[in-house]
Ligand binder design. Structure first.
Ligand SMILES: CCCCCC/C=C/CC(=O)SCCNC(=O)CCNC(=O)[C@H](O)C(C)(C)COP(=O)(O)OP(=O)(O)OC[C@H]1O[C@@H](n2cnc3c(N)ncnc32)[C@H](O)[C@@H]1OP(=O)(O)O
Length: 733
């Protein structure tokens, strides 16, 4: 089967030059798809057979390998990794190509990624189209380039550049590939024609200096120091991911071992990664990120049946931190933006800040400045003729409602009205407007021009067209958009609540912020929960809790630890009462050298405060081990994830996992919270939650959700089968 419509599934053609004088080429082999599938075996078989013929037939003087439909090769078909490999193995095939006595030229159009680039590196010459992209992205899938990539690339472009490309998986443009020395020529014309011409020009020339496997690997004079430094940096940024570290080991082998031994080492290291849970998690995540674009809602609205409306001009209302970031994102993507802030002074400040952000970004990306795309105004009336509005004012329902009422009167009919609220009821906002079907949430994450995630929140009255338009708009501004239902906190912030709650309870029971944070950081989060709270500001949650009536003393005048029959920890409120709002005040769960300081230091005051708090409430501190910290925080969060699936707020586990990886720092190599639950075992998660709930019956967040029970009772089906078990509730959408 030919899957030529998929960019990764390049179909191979092998052109052999029959007669260089009259420039006639005969297509002698075509096979579909990628390395691992049956078709892929056919591809390799095709290449091996044709190479044998090309080498045998005296009239053939050179060979050009190219893809079909303008794509060289995106590498292996990830879905086939589990299958048994058949057909000729890849590594002997690339050795055969490299050893060929006639010149073999790779004509690279579209992409040459992973195994695709490794094949190209085995050719004697590489000619790329100017729009092609090349890279070894295996590390992002939990692997390393296992067909000689870690041995050939450092020989070709040097150790530092190869390490950078292999440990990050970064794709490079053809121009950069030329500069690095990965390709020999770049053309704006037809790359296959150019490669054929090139092949003719090198016929009969010696290939001794063209076989990368025979090159000595450049050896930095201070080899040990170089690798030690790189390893330290890679370990730090990998946050527990094993593939980047293993990639460094493989490149080290290229420098320290002869080629054949280096290849053996590459294979051994590849095998350890190939069967690892991290590779499974990263490959799951690869597809999850693509699956979220195929959104659906409980009422049956879907990505493929709902048409978005074109948006050319958009307004952003409120130019605080979020509004500024959103304006920058829209302007950079070419939208015409009206940025509104009602106070003149704030408008001026925002204008300066936005201009600075646009300038820095243009410089970083080498892109043109997008200043001209933004007009500033103090009046909501400036939004009269826009196609879509994103309201990003302070998180206050009364204020937002007033704005939605005004917008509904001011904007032309059909304008979509969106809110960047992170938790408030979208339907309540919609009820203020004449056309509630045009209202959806567009929840950005700070900093909005950097973070890739967008939660698109549909209310019960949002039209499929409004959801589709917001989803498409997200895509246009480079976000990964996930459609979610309307409830307090939507998906991300709703799951955060039980997680935070557990962290507070653990402090009450004897843990310290340092201990909890260390466990979470060792798990792979860039920052523990208390450091994140200090960064975002403790006062934000305090205001919400006050508005919810939670910040009240009990009958003895102490802060209440039970609210509505549920356990409640007032620790965060008590810190705020002391003016400790986190980094901004220089004090929070940690201390900082000054207000706005970034480096968290342990604070003896906080430890004394916790001891006094426990004494006041008759709590006896106990030793809490790492496992309990991790399980209580993560399983409470995961349990809420199951509840969200059960309530139909997220359509599938992939939506939750993408939100957590992109929005909340969940380590990618652990796939996301729902994938992690699947890896741990649903029965084990259930068992531990039951145990913790028995010990803490006044914490509803620890009571296992019925969907989790159902899945466990059903034999713990793998994650890709959960959707079959999730019952879709009825909705009016
Ligand atoms: C000793 C043993 C030696 C073994 C050595 C051989 C091993 C080789 C390892 C590899 O080659 S690993 C694979 C390396 N390649 C990649 O990681 C490429 C991943 N894909 C991409 O970067 C992009 O998809 C693309 C190719 C640049 C195209 O991007 P575009 O934005 O145009 O399209 P997408 O939406 O991303 O993808 C379209 C469609 O295709 C599916 N897909 C893409 N790549 C793969 C793949 N490698 N395997 C399977 N499926 C792939 C993607 O999921 C989309 O389909 P969907 O149905 O919408 O999900």
């Amino acid at each position: 089967m030919c899957r030529a419509s998929l960019p990764f599934s390049a179909t191979w053609k092998l052109y052999l030059e029959r007669n260089s004088r009259c420039n006639v080429f005969r297509r002698i082999g075509t096979a579909g798809s990628t390395w691992w599938s049956p078709q892929c075996a056919a591809v390799r078989q095709g290449i091996v057979d044709m190479m044998h013929r090309a080498l045998r037939e005296p009239e053939v003087k050179s060979v050009v390998i190219c893809g079909q439909d303008g794509k060289f090769c995106g590498g292996a078909d990830i879905r086939e990794f589990g299958a048994k490999m058949s057909g000729p193995p890849l590594v002997p095939m690339i050795h055969m190509i490299e050893a060929a006595a006639k010149p073999v030229v790779a004509a690279i159009e579209g992409v040459a990624l992973g195994g695709g680039l490794e094949l190209a590196l085995s050719c004697h010459y590489r000619i790329a189209h100017s729009k092609a992209r090349l890279g070894l992205p295996e590390v992002t899938l939990g692997l390393l380039p296992g067909a000689g990539g870690t041995q050939r690339l450092p020989r070709l472009i040097g150790v530092p550049a190869a390490l950078e490309l292999i440990t990050t998986g970064r794709h490079v443009t053809a121009a950069e590939a030329l500069q690095l020395g990965i390709v020999d020529e770049v053309t704006d014309q037809n790359a296959v024609d150019a490669a054929v011409k090139f092949a003719q020009s090198v016929e009969g020339k010696s290939l001794d200096a063209r076989r990368i496997g025979t090159f000595p690997c450049p050896r930095p004079p201070d080899l040990d120091a170089v690798f030690e430094k790189v390893m330290k940096e890679v370990r730090r940024s990998a946050r527990g991911a094993i593939a980047p570290v293993t990639c460094v080991q493989a490149v080290h082998a290229a420098v320290t071992l002869p080629y054949a031994k280096g290849m053996e080492r590459e294979r051994e290291l590849f095998s350890t990664l190939f069967t690892s849970g991290q590779a499974r998690a990263l490959q799951y995540y690869f597809f999850a990120q693509r699956a979220v674009s195929r959104w659906s809602t409980p009422s049956g609205a879907r990505w493929d049946t709902s048409k978005p409306r074109p948006v050319r001009k958009a307004a952003v209302i409120g130019l605080g931190t979020m509004g500024r970031g959103i304006s920058v994102s829209l302007a950079q993507a070419g939208f015409s933006v009206v940025a509104v802030e009602t106070q003149e002074k704030q408008l001026l400040e925002a204008k300066q800040a936005v201009s600075g952000m646009l300038e820095r970004d243009a410089k970083r990306r080498g892109a043109p400045l997008a200043h001209g795309n933004i007009k500033y105004s103090c009046s909501l009336k400036a939004a009269a003729d826009v196609d879509l509005v994103i309201e990003a004012v302070f998180e206050d329902m009364a204020l937002k409602k007033a704005i939605f009422r005004q917008l509904s009167a001011i904007c032309k009919p059909g304008t979509f009205l969106c809110s960047n609220t992170s938790a408030l009821d979208i339907d309540e906002l919609a009820s203020q407007t004449q056309s509630p079907e045009l209202v959806v949430g567009m929840h950005f994450f700070a900093p909005a021009h950097v973070m890739k995630l967008l939660e698109v929140v549909y209310g019960p009255r949002s039209s499929p067209e409004a959801v589709a338009t917001a989803m498409q708009m997200g895509k246009k501004i480079g976000k990964v958009s996930v459609a979610v239902g309307n409830c307090r906190g939507f998906v991300g912030n709703r799951m955060l609540k039980p997680y935070l709650e557990q962290a507070f309870f653990l402090l009450e029971e004897g843990a310290t912020p340092e201990q909890v944070d260390q466990v979470l950081e060792e798990f792979g989060f860039p920052m523990g929960v208390f450091k994140v709270s200090d960064l975002s500001g403790l006062d934000v949650g305090w205001k919400v809790r006050k508005a919810d009536g939670l910040v009240v003393p009990d009958s003895t005048g102490k802060s209440a630890r039970i609210q509505g029959g549920r356990r409640y920890s007032p620790l965060g409120d008590l810190l705020c009462e002391q003016g400790r709002f986190g980094q901004k005040t220089g004090r929070g769960w940690y201390q900082y050298d000054k207000p706005g300081g970034r480096v968290a230091k342990s604070d003896p005051w906080l430890h004394r405060f916790l001891e006094e708090y426990r004494a006041r409430h008759g709590l006896v501190a106990r030793r809490i081990d790492q496992q309990e910290v991790l399980e209580r925080c993560l399983y409470a969060l995961i349990n809420e994830g199951f509840q969200i699936l059960q309530d139909g707020i997220a359509a599938g586990p992939e939506d939750i996992d993408v939100i957590y990886v992109l929005g909340y720092g969940w380590p990618r190599h652990r796939g996301g919270p729902m994938f992690f639950a699947d890896m741990v075992g649903l029965d084990k998660v259930l068992d531990r939650l039951e145990r913790y709930h028995q010990l803490h019956p006044d914490v509803p967040g620890l009571k296992p959700c019925s969907l989790l029970r159902k899945l466990a009772a059903g034999g713990c089906p793998p994650i890709h089968r959960w959707r079959e078990v999730i019952q879709k509730p009825h909705s009016q959408l």
